[in-house]
Every structure is written in structure tokens, then in C-alpha cells.
Design a protein around this ligand. Structure first.
Ligand code: CMX
Length: 432
């Protein structure tokens, strides 16, 4: 367990723990917010009730990872981002290469995992395969073994870190292998220990990449999707499961099951499907009027526009803008990109006129799938798997930090509608 990331976290752990103890002893009983009835019923929207150190989503700005606006991190590698997420510090070159090596050393997926996946019917969703593949590896958990040996609670984070590194080392191989088995009817490509995490993933997918642009896109993709604070379905689920001291194989697998939902990670798949449908219906170069009418009919027949809106953001997602810059930098002249641009001009106005969505602007999913499609990754059922590989970085970092801080098992209080009504009436009476 002697590697630079474990060492650095061991140095930081006592400082973080002391900070939290001091803070709790001074402010532990201080109320910071009131909760409205509609928030209790409405998925706890906006309730500041979770601790997440790795990142923050500012409604008027977008994602910050450990205080850095995401645009400042767009040229970094996933290894650097993972180090940053875990420690709050940008790594030195040496630290980055140690992490790169560590992940590369752990990139082999055992045969029993492939054998398990091969037993599933061919129409199983790739996200189900990814989640199941991780779950199958649970038997190897160092965290669970340490717990069973009676390792003291305060030391458990070190075993959690090891599991997370194993899981992250393998997840690119697993995901790429799923792509090969499911869509190319071909055997998985073995990981190359010389390559970094993103390049290895690109190589193992086996998609022709003569210019190296697909690899660059993948690196950006893995960075941009890595974390989006703690309250989104996948992160919250992963954190909740890990808070019961379930090991990371359980926690990340569970988080990814949440990511597989169409309102969350599946939206990039749905977004591309929507664009292709739209192009089929109106032709690849529709007039603005035709597009506006199509969107209006779509919305008024009860559908959502995939890739638009967000539970927290209230501006265009900076990750959308960073992908757009990528397309501009490489001069991508594809009709899908033209359609993404045209939607960006027209959809926000239509959503505003429709009057429901609190945020009428695009999120990251409005463009990410189109870029993958253009570079030859055309099986859009696979897109959420890509998202999951990246998001595993953030959820792993979140549960590592939580275990270092020693936060307890999650247990919010739920109420029946009757109790909620009583509470609401009592609150109104007291206020008047
Ligand atoms: N198209 C049409 N209607 C939309 C909409 C959209 N893109 N976004 C929100 N709305 C609607 C909601 O469905 C809701 O309608 P009801 O009152 O009838 O239920 C209303 O506007 C208010 O919703 P909101 O408070 O603005 O948004 P939520 O926090 O409830 O939901 C999200 C957020 C992302 C689920 C929603 O905007 C959506 O469904 N967008 C399309 C799917 C998508 O792009 N998801 C990816 C999000 C990023 C991610 O998590 O990965």
C-alpha cells in the first residue's frame, strides 16, 4: 500500500479529520437552512444536506473541481483529475506518473468476469454489463477483507483506496471489452501497460484513430464527466451504499445503476437518438422555422428535449461549451455538429416559451454523443458506459474522502404524507 497517493492522503487525513472535528464542535448545532414542503416531496431539490469535498456546481457558473473551474482543467489527464479530486491538490509530474503506473498495473480483468458477462443474453444493456462486471469483482475486495479481519474503522480508508484503484484500473478494460463483445463481436483487446488511462481506453475500444483525435476526445470526455458534486443520482447512490461500509465494488456498481436512467446518464444516448430522429424527420439541414415547430410539437406532446435543462445549473453547461470548443479546434464539419449548433440557438427560446424547464440551456449531453458518433463510436447504447467510466473517478474520490473523514451511515428522516401535513400546518400556525 506504499504509493504516493496513499502517502499523500495519509498526510492529509489527520488535518482533514481535525478540521471537521473543530468545525463540528463549534458549529455542529447551527441551523443553516429551512426546508420547504415542496422540497421534501420534490427529490430534496436544493436542500443543502450533503457534504461533498470533491466538487461544487454553481448554478450560474457550472462545475468546479476542488475550487478549479472545469474550463481550467480541460487540458488535464484523468489521472491528474483523480489525484485532484482525492487530495484537493494538483499533482506533480512524478505523482501523476506514479498514479498512471498504478492504474496500468491493475488493468487486467480476470477471466471469471468475462465468463460471467458472456452468460448474459446479447440484448442486455451495456450498462447492465458494466455494473455486473464490477459487482462480480466484489469477491476481491480488500476493504471487505479488512473489515472482516477487524481492522480499526479509522484505517479502513486505506483499503477503500486500494479497492478504488483496482476498480479504476480495471474499469476501462472492462468497458472497452464490453464494447468489443457486445458490438464488435470480437474478443477484448488486452491493456497496454505503457499507455495512460485514456489512451489505453481508446486503444482497447479498437476504433480506428489515425489522427489521435478520438483519443484526445476520450481524454476530454473522461475529464469532463468525472464529477458533478454529491447530490446527483449516481454520486448520491454510491455515497449512500458506501456509507453502510459496503465496499466500492458494491457502491460504484450501484451508482452506475442510477447513472443508467434516462433523466441522468442515459440522456446522452437519448440526445443522439433525438438528433438522428430529428434529422430523419426534417432532413439534415432543417430551416429554423421547421426546427422550432418540431421542438414545440415535441414538447407539447409531453416529451423532454434531451440534453437540455438541469436540476442545479441555470446557465449553459461549461462542459457543453468545452466540447463545442473541441469541435471548433479540430474544424469538425459534420451535419450533426451543425444540428447541435442550430438547436443551441433555437431550443432555449422554445423551452422558455413552453415555460416549464427552470433551465432552458444545454447540458453536457447535448453534444457529447454527437462527437463520439462522428469519430466512429456509433453504438449509442454504449455512451452511458463511457460516462460511467469517467464518473467512477468522482464517486471513488467522494467515498474515499468520506471514509477518511469518518462520516456516518446515511439516514435521513422520512415522513408519511400525513405527518408532513401535520408539520406544515403546525409551522404555519407558529408563524402566524
Ligand atoms: N425538456 C422538456 N421539459 C423539461 C426539460 C427539457 N429538457 N427540462 C425540464 N423540463 C420540465 C420537467 O420535466 C418538469 O416538468 P414537470 O413539472 O411536468 O415534471 C419541469 O420542466 C421542471 O423541471 P426542472 O425543475 O427544470 O428540472 P428537474 O430538476 O426536475 O430535472 C432534468 C432536471 C435534467 C432531469 C430535466 O431538465 C430533464 O429531464 N432534461 C432532459 C434530460 C437530460 O438532459 N438529462 C441530463 C442531465 C445531466 C445529467 O444528470 O447527466
Amino acid at each position: 500500500m506504499s504509493h504516493p497517493l496513499a502517502h499523500r492522503l495519509a498526510e492529509l487525513a489527520p488535518q482533514w479529520q481535525q478540521h471537521l472535528r473543530d468545525f463540528l464542535s463549534q458549529y455542529g448545532k447551527t441551523p443553516i437552512a429551512q426546508i420547504r414542503v415542496e422540497q421534501v416531496v420534490g427529490g430534496m431539490r436544493g436542500v443543502p444536506a450533503l457534504l461533498c469535498e470533491t466538487s461544487l456546481v454553481i448554478p450560474e457558473e457550472g462545475l468546479r473541481i476542488r475550487g478549479f473551474p472545469i474550463a481550467e482543467l480541460a487540458d488535464r489527464t484523468p489521472e491528474e483529475i483523480f489525484w485532484l479530486l482525492c487530495t484537493g491538490e494538483l499533482p506533480t509530474d512524478e505523482q501523476t506518473s506514479s498514479l498512471r503506473q498504478l492504474l496500468a498495473e491493475r488493468a487486467q480483468v480476470p477471466d471469471y468476469v468475462w465468463n460471467t458477462l458472456r452468460t448474459l443474453p446479447p440484448d442486455s444493456h451495456p450498462m447492465a454489463l458494466l455494473s455486473l462486471g464490477l459487482l462480480a469483482m466484489e469477491r476481491e475486495s480488500a476493504f471487505r477483507a479488512a473489515f472482516e479481519r477487524g481492522v480499526p474503522r479509522a484505517e479502513l480508508w486505506q483499503f477503500l483506496l486500494e479497492d478504488c484503484l483496482t476498480l479504476l484500473g480495471r474499469i476501462t478494460t472492462l468497458a472497452a471489452g464490453i464494447y468489443r463483445l457486445r458490438f464488435a463481436q470480437a474478443a477484448p483487446i488486452a491493456p497496454n501497460p505503457e499507455l495512460d488511462w485514456a489512451s489505453n481506453f481508446a486503444a482497447m475500444l479498437g476504433i480506428p484513430d489515425p489522427t489521435g483525435q478520438f483519443r484526445d476526445l476520450l481524454r476530454l470526455y473522461l475529464v469532463l464527466h468525472s464529477d458533478h458534486e454529491g447530490g446527483n443520482v449516481s454520486a448520491l447512490t454510491g455515497y449512500t451504499v458506501a456509507s453502510a461500509l459496503s465496499d466500492p465494488f458494491y457502491a460504484i456498481s450501484a451508482g452506475l445503476n442510477g447513472l443508467a436512467g434516462p433523466l441522468h446518464g442515459l440522456a446522452n444516448q437519448e440526445c443522439l437518438r433525438f438528433l438522428l430522429q430529428l434529422s430523419d424527420a426534417l432532413g439534415p439541414h432543417p430551416s429554423d422555422d421547421a426546427l422550432e415547430q418540431y421542438l414545440w410539437n415535441w414538447l407539447t406532446s409531453g416529451h423532454v428535449i434531451p440534453g437540455y435543462g438541469h436540476a442545479v445549473l441555470r446557465v449553459t453547461d461549461p462542459r457543453f461549451l468545452l466540447f463545442r470548443e473541441f469541435a471548433q479546434r479540430y474544424g469538425l464539419q459534420h451535419e450533426l455538429i451543425a444540428l447541435v449548433e442550430q438547436l443551441y440557438r433555437i431550443a432555449p427560446e422554445v423551452l422558455k416559451r413552453h415555460g416549464k424547464a427552470k433551465n432552458p440551456y444545454p447540458n453536457v449531453d447535448a453534444i457529447s454523443g454527437s462527437l463520439l458518433y462522428i469519430y466512429g463510436l456509433r453504438e449509442f447504447e454504449f455512451y452511458t458506459v463511457m460516462f460511467g467510466v469517467s464518473r467512477a473517478l468522482g464517486i471513488c474520490a467522494q467515498i474515499i474522502v468520506h471514509r477518511i473523514l469518518g462520516t456516518p451511515i446515511m439516514r435521513p428522516k422520512s415522513l408519511t404524507l400525513h405527518e408532513l401535513e401535520e408539520l406544515a400546518r403546525a409551522a404555519l400556525t407558529t408563524a402566524s
